[in-house]
Design a protein around this ligand. Structure first.
Ligand code: 0O2
Length: 206
């Protein structure tokens, strides 16, 4: 048994339930003749090893309770959008959804991290048909949702990969280049948004 204890089998089920719920939100929007909310979703359960490492790093006991209640990203979904405005459109839908409540928001888009990382993180408290660590059924579980554009996502993937390369000799320069790249991509996101608005207003005038 892992740090997730009896939840080893249940977390993947919560992950797929949440994914389906988000896909349904998107379908409702599309059925209403609005553009799709996102380009694609990436869903994962944090590996038990990575979760145990996180608990230790944060000074929590390495227990199921810490993994599911203190850390709140055992179940994580990344919503990758075409345009910056789509992130806000997703948030509007999630705020209205009756199956979850947003309990924490971190806006790394307005306030990018010093290394250039951009993304919008929320923690939701979701009701699911499983017994939770407090013994309630239906139970409530935390899910972390990261919302970002394709450009932000490609940058984060590259930067994440760099973290695991131990033979880098010029880390400072690479950090500077990565930051510059993040800023250029952010500027492209704004340009793309403007182009989309121009196309939309041209459509309306026809
Ligand atoms: P993985 O495998 O992606 O899950 P908390 O203090 O608990 O509220 P937490 O979770 O420590 O917050 O930090 P935060 O900043 O809210 O989010 C952490 C997650 O965001 C990371 O998860 C990454 O997915 C992503 N992230 C945050 N900063 C960076 C960054 O600088 N670069 C990249 N590439 N990703 C980042 P994990 O647990 O690291 O890994």
């Amino acid at each position: 048994m892992t740090i997730y204890g009896p939840y080893d089998q249940i977390l993947p089920e919560i992950l797929s339930l949440t994914t389906e719920r988000i896909k349904r939100l998107n379908q409702q929007v599309v059925d209403n003749n609005q553009p799709k909310l996102y380009e694609h979703l990436i869903a994962r359960v944090k590996t038990p090893e990575s979760m145990a490492e996180k608990c230790t790093r944060k000074g929590y006991p390495v227990t199921t309770e810490s993994a599911l209640r203190k850390c709140r990203d055992a179940v994580g979904i990344r919503i990758v959008c075409n345009f910056i405005d789509d992130i806000e459109r997703c948030l509007v839908q999630l705020r209205q959804a009756d199956w979850c409540q947003i309990i924490k928001e971190k806006d790394y888009i307005t306030n990018a991290k010093p290394n250039g990382y951009r993304s919008y993180h929320i923690i939701i408290n979701e009701t699911v048909p499983y017994r939770d660590v407090d013994g309630n059924k239906p139970g409530s579980f935390y899910v972390e949702i990261q919302l970002r554009t394709i450009a932000m996502d490609s940058w984060a993937s590259l930067e994440h990969e760099m973290k695991y390369k131990h033979n880098i000799t010029d880390a400072e320069r690479i950090g500077r280049e990565l930051k510059r790249c993040a800023d250029q991509l952010a500027s492209c996101d704004v340009q793309m948004q403007t182009i989309r608005q121009l196309i939309n207003s041209a459509d309306k005038e026809e």
